[in-house]
Design a protein around this ligand. Structure first.
Ligand code: SAM
Length: 350
């Protein structure tokens, strides 16, 4: 039995890099698929919802930062294939640094940026950008930046930070990367699974696993949740199936103090939705995002829009004007999956 266990995939991959390589390989292998294929997915509304939520979070933080900054510099930590590039464009930032452990994703992100710049109007001043492939839980970004003195106004870490909670040192290194080059008054924003929700659900389950037809979370064992390295497997309709780690939020808040960071906002996705949906403008954006995903418009099949205006434009090109769908199109299963996440905002103190 012992021999069998030593051959388990996790142990075989343990080369001192923990699970990092597994995560990089997984994300590198993910294919960029067109809108048509994405629309067939059972999690299309969940993707839209997550995108809507990030658009609001990023938009609001940039509004705050812009009150006393003309030039805004952003670090997108765990940028993936650049799903937030249009949000940075819409937010009229000046400079962006994109970093991710998955080299193929970083290349795609860079390509997307180049395409975006090439297709933009000559009068539009698109931000300058830099792309770094690095394990941000083990390597220091400040040593890889073209300008080591660069200061960020915002670090955005969307659906990424939980990968670093494999060990205290990794969680600290990622936090250091997120915060050490933030200027005082700058923000560290992000989204991550809510450990409280995960543990609650697994404890309510008959086994060490819970989920539905769109997602599944499987803990290695139940009843014992270590502060670091508490691993679970997360499977989302073939999108993500890699080890993740519980982020016990009060610990995260304590660790952030080392970098002079103060928690200013924390909401579960449910709370965030309830708060933001009261605003008519936010509601319209959500409806448009849903409408466009239902009726693909982009000629290259992969446009991701972030503002009502962009959606209207894309709708016109798709010759399907006026498409609007009622809210609430997330299935119950999708909502169960997305409601394990939370939103956080830390501010750097002077
Ligand atoms: N932030 C993007 C978004 O919201 O679309 C991508 C999110 S994706 C769920 C998680 C990303 O985290 C992947 O691109 C993955 O490669 C990256 N990641 C995971 N561990 C990382 C690490 N140690 N250093 C840098 N990036 C990491």
């Amino acid at each position: 039995k012992d021999d069998d266990e030593s051959l388990s995939p996790n142990k075989k991959l343990d080369t001192g890099e923990g699970h990092s390589q597994k995560v990089a390989t997984h994300y590198n292998a993910l294919q960029e698929c067109g809108l048509v294929e994405r629309n067939r997915s059972r999690i299309v509304h969940m993707r839209n919802f997550n995108n809507w939520l990030k658009s609001l979070l990023i938009g609001e933080i940039l509004d705050v930062v812009r009150r006393d900054r003309r030039e805004v510099c952003v670090l997108d930590l765990g940028c993936g294939k650049g799903g937030d590039l249009l949000k940075w464009r819409k937010g009229r930032i000046s400079r962006l640094v994109c970093a991710d452990i998955a080299g193929v994703s970083v290349e795609q992100c860079q390509q997307r940026y180049t395409d975006m710049k090439r297709r933009s109007h000559p009068n539009e001043r698109i931000f300058t950008a830099e792309f770094i492939t690095a394990d941000c839980s083990r390597e220091l970004l400040s040593e890889k930046l073209s300008d080591p003195e660069l200061q960020f106004d915002v670090c955005s870490c969307q659906f990424v930070y939980h990968y670093s909670f494999e060990s205290q040192q990794q969680a600290d290194t990622m936090l250091r990367n997120a915060c050490e080059r933030l200027r005082p008054g700058g923000f560290f924003i992000g989204t991550t699974p809510d450990a409280y929700e995960l543990v609650k659900r697994v404890e309510q389950s008959d086994s060490n696993s819970f989920g539905n037809e769109v997602y599944r979370v499987t803990f290695q064992k139940k009843g014992d949740y270590s502060l670091f390295g508490c691993q679970y497997d997360f499977n989302l309709e073939g999108v993500v199936n890699v080890p993740e780690f519980l982020v016990y939020f009060p610990l995260f808040v304590e660790m952030a103090k080392k970098y002079n960071m103060r928690l200013v906002y924390k909401k579960t996705f449910q709370q965030f939705f309830d708060e933001k949906i009261k605003d008519e403008g936010n509601k319209t954006l959500m409806q448009r995002m849903q409408a466009l995903e239902q009726y693909p418009a982009d000629d290259r099949g992969r446009l991701v829009c972030d503002s009502v205006k962009e959606y209207e434009h894309a709708e016109r090109r798709a010759q399907r004007p006026g498409v609007s769908l009622p809210l609430g199109t997330l299935s119950k299963s999708e909502w169960e999956a997305t409601s394990i996440y939370l939103v956080f905002v830390f501010e750097k103190m002077a």
